[in-house]
Design a protein around this ligand. Sequence first.
Ligand code: FAD
Length: 383
Amino acid sequence: MIEETADVLIAGGAVVGSSVAAHLAALGYRGRIVVVEPDPTFARAATALSASGIRRQFSNPLNVAISAYGLAQIRARGLAFHENGYLHLAASAAGEAELRRRHATQAAGGAEVALLDPAALRTRFPSLATADLRLGALGLSGEGWFDNMGLLAAYRAEARAGGVATVRDAVAGLALRGGRVVGATLAGGGRIACGVFVDAAGGRGADLAAMAGLALPVERRKRTVFAFAAAAPPRESLPLTIDPSGVWFRPEGARFIAGGAPDPDPEVAPDDFEPRHEEWETLVWPALAARVPAFEALKLTGVWAGHYDMNTLDANAVVGPHPEVANFHFANGFSGHGLQQAPAIGRGLAELIATGAYRTLDLSPLGYARIAAGRPFTEAAVI
Ligand SMILES: Cc1cc2nc3c(=O)[nH]c(=O)nc-3n(C[C@H](O)[C@H](O)[C@H](O)COP(=O)(O)OP(=O)(O)OC[C@H]3O[C@@H](n4cnc5c(N)ncnc54)[C@H](O)[C@@H]3O)c2cc1C
């Protein structure tokens, strides 16, 4: 039975938990750091099941800045990066106005995004049907998809080299005393006393918060991803394209992957990873075939499902300490964009824990105070 003590106990060792651990180690934090992670294969972690994209095209300026550090980390580690851009398409006046608004925010944050009218879209991407479109927003640099497991492996290796310990187990309960988390009980029966607790449990983040009596408006939402091969694929190199319907697609080697957000979009059980096969017919394929005529003839080659940890208040991450249980730190609610945010969130939380303040980028707008007040800090560009 494990009986030990951690100055910092991190529940969840996928990309967010490992980034916090690696950044603490990089800061020279001297306390003992323990990561509790039940599954060393990460088979069901969103980190492994994600579409692995990074973009600067957010509506919220803080998220534009957060991705900048993600990009820097991908480049610094020389991870495989397909810098094809993201292409957001608008077909309505409201959609166009929204893209223009976001564009101003993104430009102010240093993101290189071009607004393309239908004629420019046709020239650049001849395989797209553009008759119904009003505008496209294309990231010219710093956007695309990268090696998700490479980033995770890098953070794990850096944490290990920095003396971080990993325990293969799951946090099953939290003990509180005097308004602080004093320790965790593990599913395997052990116990770890702790000075600081970090909730990096992805889709199970709200379950862990509940163990400390804390309410977190984060739900597991199933996202099904379809892989396909086109009989006559488009000749141009396509970006990750977001259709006005919300359906997205991108190249994956010689093939493609695609998905969409179902409606209704209920919370699912933690162990429900069964793909929603019917979404191919009802949601994804009709949008693909309408947007890319070459996708009328294609063959499905694979399918998987993962969980978004969706923040139902404002589709944005919840980061930092709880105002009352002040040594309980959230790193939750990434709402489909947490892979690219893991570097900046890990760096920020590490700074806060090691030095008492955010040093490089102020993440306090993502704090729990807004949740308690029911005051959204919205991210509108959710894919
Ligand atoms: C289909 C899909 C596509 C996506 N596409 C993108 C994208 O293109 N770009 C992007 O940036 N993001 C994307 N995301 C979101 C991104 O993958 C996640 O936001 C990110 O991986 C979250 O990382 P995490 O470490 O918080 O959670 P996870 O990767 O889910 O890891 C949580 C970890 O916690 C562990 N855990 C669970 N319970 C416990 C417990 N009780 N005790 C200890 N450990 C526990 C789990 O085993 C797991 O390893 C996508 C997600 C999905 C599902």
